[in-house]
Design a protein around this ligand. Structure first.
Ligand code: SF4
Length: 204
């Protein structure tokens, strides 16, 4: 495609294209870091991601249906992943009394240990981020949140638990530009959450 950001003539004469190309490089770094971590534990990248998710989210989110939406994969793929993690003694299934076909997924102590260790796979990213000053970090975070919000509205990523998609979020509140009605607090730009445990999806 002539105007692709990967066309070097376009990329090297256009800042927007270089930003997109730079984001692609960073996504590649995430894939490599995750892959390196998964090799160390003889797990696949998605198995590692599921373990980290289970460690950090409440039981209402630890279901096959929720994981399928979270990772944009089929329920069959999630079920296969859960089966393998169970065979490795990393998770258990807690079947629901009201519907014995569905279950909550819990980490075993061995699963918790691996999830804790592997959840640091992004640590290399902190070196350049730590060097930014507070204003640069605020700007960086707001821009990233804006990109994520756009990708959700465009239907590319399905599930986000961020303030901008939450029923409790109030923009342009008398107390500030961002306000959380549930926590009853003004949110600074740097307080905007991208994975909030209290998030409730805004409809429409
Ligand atoms: S409940 Fe969480 S996601 Fe929703 S507005 Fe408040 S802080 Fe943001």
């Amino acid at each position: 495609m002539e105007n692709s950001p990967f066309n070097l003539d376009i990329q090297n004469s256009n800042t927007d294209s270089r930003i997109v190309a730079a984001l692609e490089r960073i996504s590649q770094a995430f894939r490599i870091l995750l892959w390196n971590e998964s090799k160390d534990f003889s797990l696949t990248p998605i198995q590692i991601q599921v373990l980290i998710f289970l460690l950090n989210h409440g039981e209402e989110k630890r279901t096959v249906t929720y994981l399928a939406r979270e990772f944009s994969i089929t329920k069959a793929t999630v079920s296969d992943t859960i089966k393998t993690l169970s065979q490795k003694d990393l998770i258990t299934r807690e079947y629901h009394q009201e519907d014995t076909r569905s279950y909550t997924i819990n980490l075993t102590s061995k699963g918790q240990e691996i999830a804790r260790k592997t959840s640091f796979f992004t640590k290399e990213l902190f070196t350049p981020i730590n060097k930014l000053n507070p204003a640069e970090k605020e700007n960086f975070l707001l821009n990233l949140v804006g990109i994520i919000h756009h990708l959700q509205k465009a239907g590319i990523i399905s599930l986000q638990r961020m303030c901008f998609t939450c029923v409790h979020y109030r923009p342009n509140h008398p107390q500030g530009e961002h306000f959380c009605n549930l926590l009853n607090i003004k949110l600074e730009n740097t307080d905007i959450r991208i994975d909030c445990p209290e998030h409730e999806e805004k409809q429409g």
